[in-house]
Design a protein around this ligand. Structure first.
Ligand code: FAD
Length: 330
């Protein structure tokens, strides 16, 4: 069982470690020893130690074409490792990058690719087959499917599987000794799609990792209306998100959009200000642990589904929360 650890230049997010639990589910009766992690790229060594506490072996895949993210080269390299290890399955997490790399690997191997799996159960009568549920259409549809025997690539829907700590048989063995270097055979064409430049658009916490997301919808009304939301996000150590209406209006960049055609977030608290709660928005924040809705409409879907709601004008409520937080901190 090979599990691809998604990382961005050595930074591993919690969601990437959920894939180890998924690998165990797919592996059925396999023990921790049979789950092997794959970390691609030069910066892989810095994260291998952390991952090494979850799996038996970490394959460090290194090559000149893998110095930064390059989807085809990553997919090709992963496919070569699958062949070399004679893996039963290769799994990853259903992030943009995880799905992209697995899609390339599956195409190279000529095997099926099953994306965004939420549950996985082995067929008790036939150990090689399985029944699974997976998200489709951005999570608005759940599909039950049967998986025939044979090598397959699978990705887990983000947040569908809790991260798992896998005990190693011999805790004395240093993580370092469990790392194995793999150098794939990649031609010049493998790196034709690759990251050549990065431009920072902002600092601080990101929308997808923030513990609190303060999100605004049409009710915010303007670019200036987001100032109070930004103040609240800063006070709570969070990030600002928004609905599609807001990006369509040009009040916020698309990178802030939450939903089916935006980002998926899973904060501890999601504060929805002036957002009606359309299904396409809900899909993006349904994994939030708690939802607070601030809305003038007590019947808005966001209000009826939220854990907490304040019925009122956000232009009054949000500054009031900001003022109270500032008062308490002073
Ligand atoms: P509205 O639905 O207009 O809701 C505004 C809310 O603000 C209302 O509930 C209102 O009561 C409240 N309000 C108004 N004034 C105030 C005030 N002063 N104080 C407090 N509350 C107030 N949407 C997304 O968000 N993300 C997506 O990724 C996405 N993808 C889509 C993909 C497809 C294929 C399609 C068809 C649609 C998609 N949408 C997406 C759009 C989605 O269907 C909704 O139209 C959108 O989410 C609505 O945004 P909203 O809640 O900001 O606006």
């Amino acid at each position: 069982m090979l599990v691809l650890i998604d990382h961005d230049r050595g930074q591993v997010e919690e969601v990437s470690l959920q894939v180890v639990a998924f690998g165990r589910a797919v592996g059925g009766r396999l023990d921790g020893d049979s789950v092997e992690a794959v970390v691609i790229g030069d910066q892989g060594a810095s994260i291998a130690e952390r991952v090494g506490t979850h799996v038996a072996v970490v394959h460090l895949v290194q090559h000149d074409a893998l110095t930064d993210y390059a989807p085809e080269a990553w997919g090709d390299a992963l496919a070569q490792l699958v062949v070399q290890r004679d893996a039963r399955a290769v799994v990853g997490v259903g992030t943009d990058r995880g799905n992209e790399v697995l899609a390339h690997a599956a195409a190279v191997l000529g095997v099926p690719f099953i994306t965004n799996v939420t549950t996985y159960e082995r067929d008790h009568d036939d150990d090689a087959s399985a029944f699974l549920t997976r998200q489709r259409w951005g999570g608005s549809l759940l599909e039950d499917a049967a998986l025939a025997p044979g090598l397959a690539a699978l990705s887990a829907a983000p947040h569908a599987f809790a991260p798992l700590e896998i005990p190693r048989p011999n805790e004395e063995v240093a993580a370092q000794s469990l790392m194995q270097l793999f150098t794939p055979n990649l031609g010049p064409e493998a790196g034709r799609t690759r990251v050549v430049e990065r431009r920072a658009v902002g600092g601080g916490v990101t929308l997808q990792t923030a513990p609190v997301v303060v999100s605004g919808g049409r009710g915010v009304g303007s670019v200036e209306g987001f100032v109070a939301l930004e103040q609240l996000a800063e006070l709570l150590g969070g990030a600002v998100g928004c609905s599609r209406v807001v990006t369509n209006q040009g009040w916020r960049p698309h990178s802030d959009q939450v939903g089916q055609t935006g980002k998926r977030v899973a904060p501890i608290l999601y504060i929805a200000c002036g957002i009606s709660g359309a299904i396409q928005h809900w899909i993006g924040m349904q994994s939030a642990q708690r939802v607070l809705a601030i809305n003038i409409d007590k019947d808005a879907p966001m209000v009826t589904k939220a854990d907490y709601a304040v019925i009122g004008d956000l232009h009054v409520v949000v500054p009031a929360i900001v003022a109270e937080l500032q008062r308490r901190r002073a």
